[in-house]
Design a protein around this ligand. Sequence first.
Ligand SMILES: [Zn+2]
Length: 152
Amino acid sequence: MTIPPEVQAPLIAALRRAGVRECGGVLLGEHVGTNDFAVRSLTVHQPGAVAAFVRGMGGMVKAIKTYCRSKGNDFTRFNYLGEWHSHPLFSVQPSAKDHTTMRELATDRRVGANFVVLLVFRLHCQQLEGSAHTYLPDGSVHLSKLDLEGIE
Ligand SMILES: [Zn+2]
């Protein structure tokens, strides 16, 4: 899972704005190789909206549709990847509740996803830190490699 610099910039800005409050949104990505994805865009929902980031928000559905349309509705290459949110005050490992929420999303047949990704970020000493997990419809979760492109 690659996060290119042009996606990191708005992400870091959102984390700074949110301060000690959590924020999050959806990940829009590109399939760049076998089991390899790049985040091309992400939505940012301000603190307060976080608990409900997944389904209930019409704005997110619209953002996903707009993104797919802008890429010519080439869904196998450009599509919804999953969710992100911040843990400003603790480790970027997903909480038990995060795992439960994402597993529900991955196994929800109405969503119909082949997989969903959860990225958790925080700013630590002004540096972007993150973790990536992939959830499959069989209920399994897999740690994924997160490549913050351009950061040593
Ligand atoms: Zn969390």
